[in-house]
Unconditional design. Structure first.
Length: 270
């Protein structure tokens, strides 16, 4: 059962030394002199254990993406504390990979060159990492597209390339902000299955932002349900569906019950 507490934590094995710990975080955006401050998040606390797949779900404006950017060190909290691997977040870091809804591939670089970009930025030996990058492309099914340019790829292929770019530096934590939101439903389901397959092989910690309740339940070990005005944690639900997940599981009573419980917390099942 889920307890309705705004400071509810994601507990579980390893939570005390979790991959991610968010403690009493507020975020207020001040747009400039005379502008009304916008309270994006209030008193958010949660823990994510190493190797978990956790999704944030909620309506637009509830602070899902803001919280993800805070964890990734792209913005700073107004109050509270965030640690990753036991160290306080003070900016972007190499052990956290971030993937956004838009692939942001450079049009003038091939798929392989786009994947190798983080290697160059980190100052690593490009030649030594070349086979690793090709191995990642094989992992995501793009081994025959390494010389293609982004314009020659479908939307799903572009997202596979963007995911490869994150994976090539092997970060223990991956933050994903609606990475498949712009894809059609059929391609999105294929990408979800592909992501779960890769996660099953590598077991990195994944935090996934989505508007889709079905997607959140299908992918996750736990779902963080967020409310708005201001952004806050309404509840945290365990997803006890067995792994590996299959599309057929979406027909199960357990899947439907979990999805309905999320809708209840969001007030859309009344």
């Amino acid at each position: 059962m889920v307890e309705l507490q705004t400071d509810q934590r994601l507990s579980g094995a390893g939570a005390a030394t979790g991959a991610i710990q968010v403690s009493g975080v507020d975020k207020v955006f001040r747009r400039g002199q005379g502008a009304v401050p916008v309270e994006a998040l209030r008193d958010v606390s949660l823990d994510v254990a190493p190797g978990q797949f956790v999704s944030f779900v909620g309506p637009s404006g509830c602070g899902k993406s803001t919280l993800l950017k805070l964890i990734g060190g792209l913005i700073e909290p107004t109050a509270g504390r965030i640690t990753v691997g036991g160290r306080e977040v003070a900016g972007p870091r190499r052990d956290v990979g971030i993937m956004f809804q838009t692939p942001v591939l450079f049009a003038w670089r091939t798929v392989l060159e786009n994947v190798l970009l983080p290697i160059e930025i980190c100052g690593l030996d490009r030649r030594a990492c070349l086979e690793k990058a090709r191995g990642i492309l094989r992992l995501v099914g793009l081994e025959d597209r390494e010389r293609a340019y982004p314009r020659e790829l479908s939307g799903g292929m572009q997202q596979r390339a963007a995911l490869s770019r994150v994976l090539v530096v092997d970060p223990p934590i991956i933050l994903m902000d609606e990475p498949f939101g712009a894809l059609d439903e059929f391609t999105r389901e294929k990408m979800n299955l592909e992501l779960l397959r890769i996660w099953g092989e590598r077991r990195q910690t994944i935090v996934f932002v989505t508007h889709s309740i079905v997607e959140a339940v299908f992918l996750s070990d736990r779902v963080v349900v967020m409310g708005t005005r201001p952004g806050r944690v309404l509840s945290v639900l365990d997803v006890s569906l067995p792994r590996p997940r299959t599309i057929e599981m979406m027909k199960s009573p357990e899947f439907a019950a979990t999805a309905f419980e999320i809708r209840e917390h969001l007030g859309v099942a009344r």
